[in-house]
Write a protein that binds this ligand. Structure first.
Ligand code: FE2
Length: 266
């Protein structure tokens, strides 16, 4: 009798554990889907920004990896990198950002609101991704405290934001954008060294410019990779995110049932 009771308790515990695991997996998938939806919104608003944030995320992951961050921390860095400019999709900044002429002082001031706007957009996700909003808010802070919007200094700036600040500047220099031509790797290196210890975390700059990280960055620049490319229902190419946070996707598309196939064919 006791054995039957113990068996029943064991079976119930196993079922409960399976159920909890399923709920956890569903929560992860929902989180990733939410982030991908946000990324789609960035693409829909401005494809250039969509490409920029993906490059920044890839570079940020290389730097985070070299800095010895844990898998959990790397995911956090990737999220901050992917959404650091989400504040730019705000309607108030759209005309300014899509105007190729030189920015007026007022326009520059308006653009400087994008970290705060981005942090506000992401605030509801705080319960799930506690570092995301703070990282996005701080990505234009400077190591010497002369950045914006809060003027935070040194290690008071979240690490993800310090990483993103460096790779964001690197991409802005080396990639052609609507309002500026692409400059050489040498120029990017000089700009990062000029900001070492003033604009940027000096240790992270050294790490980013180290041969091992630059080798990985060069590979990403030469082979942006097909893994992020996919097509929407209209056959247009759309972008996806780097793999890390979206690994919940099934490796192969689910097979449709014969019944559904018949219905589609008719
Ligand atoms: Fe920014």
């Amino acid at each position: 009798m006791l054995a039957i009771f113990q068996f029943a308790v064991g079976a119930a515990a196993a079922l409960l554990a399976m159920r909890q695991r399923r709920i956890y997996q569903q929560a992860l998938r929902l989180g990733s889907a939410t982030l991908e939806t946000l990324l789609n919104a960035i693409d829909a608003n401005d494809e250039d920004t969509g490409q920029h944030v993906r490059r920044v995320a890839q570079y940020a992951l290389e730097l985070a990896d070299a800095a010895g961050l844990s898998e959990h921390e790397k995911r956090s860095v990737e999220r901050v990198a992917l959404f650091h400019d989400i504040g730019k999709i705000h309607e108030a900044l759209f005309d300014i950002l899509h105007d190729p002429s030189k920015l007026s002082p007022d326009a520059k001031r308006a653009i400087m609101t994008h970290p705060l706007r981005g942090a506000e957009v992401l605030e509801p996700l705080c319960a799930f991704y506690p570092d995301l909003s703070a990282g996005v808010l701080a990505h234009h802070e400077r190591w010497d405290g002369r950045g914006y919007p809060r003027g935070r200094k040194g290690r008071h700036i979240p690490q993800a934001a310090r990483i993103v600040a460096i790779v964001d500047a690197f991409d802005a220099i080396t990639h052609r954008r609507r309002y500026s031509r692409a400059r050489s790797l040498r120029e990017a290196r000089e700009a990062l060294l000029a900001g070492r210890g003033t604009q940027f975390d000096p240790d992270l700059v050294d790490l980013f410019l180290s041969p091992v990280v630059q080798e990985s960055i060069a590979k990403i620049r030469v082979e942006p990779g097909d893994r992020g490319k996919r097509h929407n229902r209209r056959g247009e190419r759309v972008q996806s995110a780097p793999d890390l946070i979206f690994r919940w996707r099934p490796a192969k598309p689910a097979r449709r049932s014969p019944r559904r196939r018949r219905r589609t064919a008719s």
